[in-house]
Design a binder for this molecule. Structure first.
Ligand code: HEM
Length: 216
């Protein structure tokens, strides 16, 4: 027997069922577009150079012959000779400044006096920097260029300026260059020698020299 009340109830239930149909019964939602990703960095680019751009954690290192406050993490003075340096995992960034218009030099890890020191010596003449990666073969030199001994020139970047009676030279090298005429530098204390001369050339003896330890 047709009951209008029952028919209205059935119609209502059917309407609710169609309106609240589960998602699985509906048309599938369109797939989201993949978000474009930046290209991956090319293989072979060293993150260490990125670190060099924030050298000292304050300002960028630049081989411009000017030691700017905040450019280096550490420094030490030996009378009128100053050393400034920063290291990261791979490189040493160093600045040396002395009261001279002649040459300035630093030497790493001598065995006795000057002997076996891994030397970086440079001078600025007429505004142009001459710098050499050297090795002292004797107690009082000579300290020829590594290349003359069959080694390699491992200066990666350098710059220098000479004015108002001071010469400043900045350079970058690997902590461990792999050249047998360079000493591997390590974190912690490293023995150094330093010297400067009055002439802007490589072979005239120093008028000041000394030795010490620096912590890398
Ligand atoms: C440019 C050519 C150089 C010559 C002809 C030369 C010569 C000498 C001589 C003869 C001495 C014996 C002591 C004295 O007279 O002072 C000496 C000592 C010394 N030199 Fe040189 N040198 C030269 C470059 C350098 C360089 C580039 C450095 C540093 C990187 C250096 C560091 C020293 C030190 C530290 C001593 C003292 C060693 C000690 O008594 O403990 N020299 N040098």
């Amino acid at each position: 027997m047709f009951n209008p009340h029952t028919a209205r109830t059935v119609a209502l239930v059917l309407a609710i069922l169609f309106t609240w149909a589960p998602a699985g019964c509906q048309a599938p939602a369109p797939q989201a577009e993949p978000i474009p990703q930046p290209p991956a960095p090319a293989a072979g680019i060293e993150p260490a150079d990125q670190q060099a751009a924030t050298d000292g954690g304050v300002i960028a290192w630049a081989a411009d012959g000017v030691i700017t406050p905040g450019e280096y993490q550490k420094n030490k003075s030996f009378g009128d000779f100053e050393l400034h340096w920063t290291t990261d995992d791979l490189y040493l960034y160093m600045g040396m400044k002395a009261k001279t218009a002649g040459w300035v030099a630093v030497g790493f890890d001598p065995s006795s006096l000057m002997k076996d020191a891994d030397i970086v010596q440079g001078f600025v003449k007429d505004g142009a920097l001459s710098i050499a990666d050297q090795y002292s073969t004797g107690q009082f030199g000579p300290h020829p260029a590594d290349t003359q001994l069959g080694g390699t020139d491992d200066m990666l970047a350098s710059g220098g300026k000479s004015d108002s009676g001071y010469t400043t030279i900045e350079f970058k090298r690997k902590l461990d260059t792999g050249d047998k005429y360079d000493k591997p530098l390590h974190k912690g204390s490293n023995k150094i020698i330093w010297a400067y001369g009055s002439d802007p050339q490589f072979t005239i003896k120093h008028f000041a020299r000394g030795s010490g330890q620096i912590g890398l």
